[in-house]
Design a protein around this ligand. Structure first.
Ligand SMILES: Nc1ncnc2c1ncn2[C@@H]1O[C@H](COP(=O)(O)OP(=O)(O)O)[C@@H](O)[C@H]1O
Ligand SMILES: [Mg+2]
Length: 149
């Protein structure tokens, strides 16, 4: 099953993040794929704001994993950098900490992703247009998509 959406501007991508956030649950994992500038961090910022994270979300590129306090904990992971460092950062532990994990460039670490997850793929169509494909894996994520998409 997959959902295809077109986002015609930043605001529509923000609304998508808000809608998904409204059905968040502990241990939720959201995997973001797509080229540089396609909207992965914008989506994460909007999601974080919706879950009352007060801190400014910055790209985790240099830290690889950033942790924020909100209605639940938010773990923001950049797998692009992760694939370059060889050390074991214990990523699978984050999926069990009862927070929300959002992973940019998740396709680079597919082998350690949980079976159940929400995958969101962004494609740049033009300056303001993004093709978005959402694929839910597992009943909870399928239900979530039925509710909010
Ligand atoms: N429809 C849209 N959805 C998401 N971002 C958009 C859209 N239109 C324009 N943008 C712009 O594209 C850029 C996306 O950047 P960013 O979220 O940092 O990308 P990524 O994290 O995928 O590299 C932002 O500057 C944002 O304002
Ligand atoms: Mg980014």
């Amino acid at each position: 099953m997959q959902y295809k959406i077109t986002s015609y501007n930043e605001e529509e991508t923000i609304e998508l993040a808000q809608n998904i956030e409204s059905e968040k649950f502990p241990n939720m994992v959201i995997c973001l794929e797509g080229d540089l500038g396609s909207g992965k961090t914008l989506f994460t910022k909007a999601f974080a704001k919706a879950m009352q994270v007060a801190d400014n979300i910055t790209s985790p590129t240099f830290n690889i994993i950033k942790e924020y306090e909100g209605e639940l904990k938010l773990f923001h992971i950049d797998a692009y950098r992760l694939s370059e460092v060889k050390q074991d950062l214990g990523i699978p532990e984050y999926f069990k900490k009862r927070g929300i994990t959002i992973i940019e460039w998740s396709d680079l670490i597919e082998d350690i992703l949980p079976k159940n997850r929400l995958v969101i793929k962004f494609r740049i169509i033009d300056e303001e247009t993004r093709g978005i494909i959402i694929v839910p894996y597992g009943d909870k994520y399928i239900d979530l998509c039925e509710k909010v998409l």
